[in-house]
Write a protein that binds this ligand. Structure first.
Ligand SMILES: *Cc1c(COP(=O)(O)O)cnc(C)c1O
Length: 232
């Protein structure tokens, strides 16, 4: 067995254990975050049974998508979005996790083909409400969610968040709890959402304990990223 398939197996076992620990029966989707990894590494993960991949850098992602055209991959865009990238994102991805303003959602909606399934959307939530952090602050969340549901060719699925990294499990859980509470408030306001995209390599167990439905894991699958790509 290869290292990537070993890591995937270990992570799936941890996900199962974390779910069992809090008596969860629902699904937690493992999103393999493959930014800065080669197409060969993605293929290796794919052949080991992984089918959802998350990318942050558009040009790099499009390049790998072409090399992996023969694979049935579900592509998630999870990086910061500049307005001039929305066309290619709308055409080449199934999910976008990093919506932080209406303008980007509007541009994705008009670039998404009517003949394609709706683009699945998560709003990036700035759960600490610090202006310096990316994402939407608490008081603006409901309004943005409302505007997105009016747009064609998009389907609002839920929230994504990246809380401050900490090695303390209790602190990790507290931060994720804040995200879950915002998610529940939206549901109570009538939004039909089902996705809580929280948890990365160092905190996914805590995220699952607090209700993550998608965990976004990179380095724990592929190893440390050696280069950080910036493809403009
Ligand atoms: C890079 C990245 C991840 C994965 O981080 P790891 O610590 O390698 O698991 C998850 N989410 C987002 C938004 C990222 O940019």
């Amino acid at each position: 067995m290869t290292i990537i398939s070993d890591s995937l197996q270990a992570i799936q076992a941890n996900i199962l254990r974390a779910k069992e620990g809090v008596n969860r029966q629902d699904d937690v989707k493992l999103l393999a975050v493959s930014k800065a990894q080669s197409a060969e590494q993605l293929r290796e993960a794919y052949l080991a049974g992984q089918s959802a991949f998350g990318e942050s850098y558009l040009q790099e992602a499009i390049h790998k998508q072409a090399l992996l055209e023969d694979c049935n991959i579900e592509w998630h865009f999870i990086g910061p979005i500049q307005s001039n990238k929305t066309q290619l994102i709308a055409q080449n991805f199934d999910w976008v996790h990093s919506i932080d303003r209406l303008k980007v959602a509007q541009r994705l909606a008009s670039a998404r083909a009517n003949t394609s399934p709706p683009l699945n959307i998560c709003i990036q939530y700035n759960s600490s409400d610090e202006p310096s952090k990316s994402g939407v602050q608490t008081q603006a969340l409901e309004n943005l969610a409302n505007e997105i549901t009016k747009l064609p060719n998009l389907k609002l699925r839920g929230l994504m968040a990246i809380p401050a990294p900490t090695t303390e499990l209790a602190k990790q859980r507290m931060q994720f709890k804040t995200v879950k509470e915002a998610f529940t408030r939206l549901q109570q306001s009538g939004f039909n959402i089902d996705t809580l995209s929280i948890g990365m390599s160092d905190d996914y167990v805590a995220a699952i304990q607090e209700g993550a439905t998608i965990v976004r894991i990179g380095s724990a699958i592929f190893g440390a990223r050696t280069k950080l790509k910036n493809d403009g």
